[in-house]
Design a protein. Structure first.
Length: 419
């Protein structure tokens, strides 16, 4: 018998961390690697906004270092309420907003508030971390496989066979790991499916809720416009819990300020859960974020510059893959729409290296690329995709534009060596 809990025994470690280990080993040996694995930023390349940094320092200097209020400091909830109205035309009051230490505790609190043992949760694959939340709760998670034809975003038709009796549908747009987004029409059809399903439920039966993770909503490119279920179908307002925060849009992953908004009765319960975990965002960071969000000119100036740089890296990578494809290499990529990710395909599974090793799955192919092309990606299998067709996530936040640019010829030479 083990002396640790079944939950702790069954927790899967992150595949991304295993790849990072491989990358770090090579780095220790002095190799120069384009690390496109982690969904984070190199903070020397992408620092947080100056105003936010100064605000944090000011808040510490003002000794704002005691417990924050359980639902988040009032001034931050006020700023978020105004920010949501200004940026997304969403109307949420102070008792419908909850702050925590980054957005992860809010995702977990949403699961804990809605899902009981034996309940069914649906999420698309690839997607980020939903499998871990289901494992932690011991609930049945249904990973609905999506296709390249629809940019790996789920459609109502994909989800329809699974909605019966499900209590939570976890969606994300722009999506980690793909960098693709819902079209208005596709999300409308999903909303209608949820409305129809809830209408069919009997008195006393739990409804189907949507967890809508829009943490990358401010990072969209070109003509791609972020859409959300409540704006498209206001009658869903009682059934949608939004996940959002400062981590990605202000390159502030280490600052740890996330926010959730949704129906007051659900937010109230989530507040209790976050409180018992003590997973609040530090008070100085909350106060500084509240001041920064009010200054929309600084927010927009920061976002414009930040997005330009992220988009330049994504576009360069996308072009690099398209050029290789045009030259006849078995690669592909999907147009970057939002977030910090590019979906790429290296369709070389089953090929052989010069040494005669058969690369019979995307893990072996990835290891080959790390050693030979000095580029590290994350296979979609790390995000729940079951078909191994050589699709990978490339994340551009932790590499410089020059590093990304320099990696394409190395990839070409590594692919040329495969037989
Ligand atoms: C889609 C998505 N939601 C939430 C998070 C977590 O964000 P935070 O760092 O604020 O906990 C991430 C982080 O990678 C993410 O990709």
């Amino acid at each position: 018998m083990s002396n640790i809990s079944v939950l702790a025994q069954n927790l899967k470690s992150s595949e991304i961390i295993k790849i990072a280990f491989e990358v770090n080993e090579l780095k220790r040996k002095g190799e120069d690697i384009a690390n496109l694995t982690i969904g984070d930023f190199d903070s020397n390349i992408y620092p947080i906004p100056d105003e936010l940094k100064q605000g944090i320092i000011d808040a510490y200097n003002a000794n704002l270092t005691n417990y924050p209020t359980a639902d988040g400091v009032l001034s931050l909830r006020e700023s978020i309420s105004t920010f949501l109205k200004e940026k997304l035309d969403l109307t949420y009051g102070l008792d419908e907003i909850l702050i925590s230490g980054g957005s992860r505790p809010l995702i977990y609190a949403t699961y804990l508030t809605i899902v009981d043992k034996g309940d069914k949760v649906i999420y698309p694959a690839p997607s980020w971390n939903n499998n871990h939340y289901c494992d932690m709760l011991g609930v049945e998670g249904i990973a609905v496989q999506t296709t390249a034809e629809n940019n790996f975003m789920p459609t109502a038709a994909d989800l329809k066979p699974f909605v019966k009796d499900a209590v939570l549908l976890a969606l994300c747009s722009p999506l980690n790991p793909t960098g693709t987004m819902f079209s208005k029409n596709d999300l409308e059809e999903i909303c209608d499916l949820v409305i129809e399903e809830n209408k069919s439920r009997k008195e006393g039966q739990k409804p189907l809720y949507i967890l809508y993770d829009q943490i990358y909503a401010q990072l969209t490119f070109g003509e791609h416009v972020h859409v959300d279920p409540v704006s498209l179908r206001p009658e869903l307002k009682d059934y949608v819990i939004f996940i959002d925060g400062a981590s990605k849009c202000f390159a502030a992953t280490g600052v740890r300020v996330g926010w959730s908004f949704g129906p007051a009765n659900i937010i109230e319960r989530m507040k209790g859960i976050v409180g018992h975990m003590g997973a609040w965002a530090p008070k100085p960071e909350q106060v500084a974020t509240s001041v920064f969000l009010k200054d929309l000119t600084s927010v927009d100036t920061y976002l414009d510059h930040f997005k330009d740089r992220i988009q330049k890296s994504l576009d360069t990578l996308y072009k690099g893959f398209n050029d290789l494809k045009a030259e006849g290499f078995a690669v592909d990529a999907i147009e970057p729409m939002g977030a910090i990710y590019l979906t790429v395909r290296i369709n070389c599974i089953g090929k052989s290296t010069e040494e005669g090793e058969i690369l019979d799955d995307s893990h072996k192919l990835n290891s080959y690329l790390i050693k030979e092309a000095k580029v590290a990606l994350v296979p979609f299998s790390a995000f729940g995709t079951t078909e191994d067709e050589g699709w990978f996530r490339a994340s551009v936040g932790a590499s410089s534009f020059d590093d990304i640019n320099a990696m394409i010829p190395r990839l070409k030479s590594a692919l040329t060596k495969l037989k």
